[in-house]
Design a protein around this ligand. Structure first.
Ligand code: SF4
Ligand code: SF4
Length: 68
């Protein structure tokens, strides 16, 4: 099963991953990170298909997908 991990301290809040996820699993968090931006997080990680679109879209390499 794919397991998504978003490194919120690396995230610059560009929102690209939110746009590309075909299952709309990624949202913007309510708390700011140390960069002063609102990072993304995966609200329903159990529904991730591991398609890697978010990984490819992220300019800051903040998202990783691992297989259990
Ligand atoms: S790997 Fe695909 S399904 Fe999973 S969060 Fe990223 S874009 Fe969405
Ligand atoms: S694409 Fe990367 S930097 Fe942009 S919001 Fe998503 S995780 Fe953050």
């Amino acid at each position: 099963m794919p397991r998504i991990s978003i490194n919120q301290s690396r995230c610059k809040g560009c929102g690209l991953c939110v746009e590309v996820c075909p299952k709309h699993l990624i949202s913007v968090d309510r708390g700011m990170n140390k960069k002063g931006v609102y990072p993304s997080f995966c609200s329903r990680p159990e529904d991730c298909t591991g398609c890697l679109l978010c990984v490819t879209a992220c300019p800051d390499v903040a998202i990783t997908i691992s297989e259990d």
